[in-house]
Design a protein. Sequence first.
Length: 317
Amino acid sequence: MGLMSVDLASKYFWLRAKYIGSATAPVLNLLFAIRFTNNQNLQKRKSLNYCLIFPPIFFILFAFSNPLHKLFWTNVWIEPGFPEEFASHGIVFYIYFVYSYLLVIWAAILNFIFFVQSKGLFKRQALVVFLGSVLPLFASMSFAFFGLDLVPKLDETIFAFLFSGILFSIAIFRYQTLQVLPVAHQLILDRLQEGIIVTNRYGHIVQINPSAARVFGLNTKVDVGKEISKVLADWPALHNRTNIQAESETEISINIGGHQNFYILTQTPIIDNRNNFVGFVNLIKDISARKLSEIKLKHLATHDPLTGIYDRRHFYE
């Protein structure tokens, strides 16, 4: 609307209105990064929410009341041939400038660390989110520090946040992993002795831990994103589920290196807060030692320990 306005008063109004979005975007960007990376330390700090909420309100109030104090802009004017207004900045603007940069950099660092630590499908998703988080930073710094006008006569940062939103949407809806597992606690999963395979509602694998990869001969990077019915076609118990609301438990056996191993497969449906089914957590627990002991005891109960042939107990059963 500011670009369509022709008089200074209208442009001045829309310049101030623009900061409703400009002041809140860095905060929302950081909150999204904290949520996306599942940073438990930051999520538990309630005081952080207050520190993030009040500064944007402060900046918006100063922007709208600028005619009274001139602390956000000391002067605003227009020049022929330029669709945007020009402004000289006051002390509050520079506080806003530093504050916004710190939040955007903070979000970019969180997303970059998550990208480095992620695997498979999560790594591709994390890359898209990271690119979205650095776009506004790159656009703003290119003009502020290097004088590069990427979009002539217009504010590049506004367009950068627009493209960031598009990238964030791709990360959420294209990969659909936020519905099932916002973040894998990779360190915990890697150390679990039990195998874990997480699938989304469409049967695509979104997480495999190393234990499950060893049991089924999977690749934690290559097989993520594939359909479980194709990757594990030989084990229909993992993907032939008719009841998606109830937890199930099945005993399966797998031949590994010529040895028969036994496992308990526990399948737990993932239900979101709207009571919608969004996927499965498949937990594979090795019960080979217990199973072999049961087989051995059963054999001893019905066979003569010296000859190995059936004893009379076998014929009484």
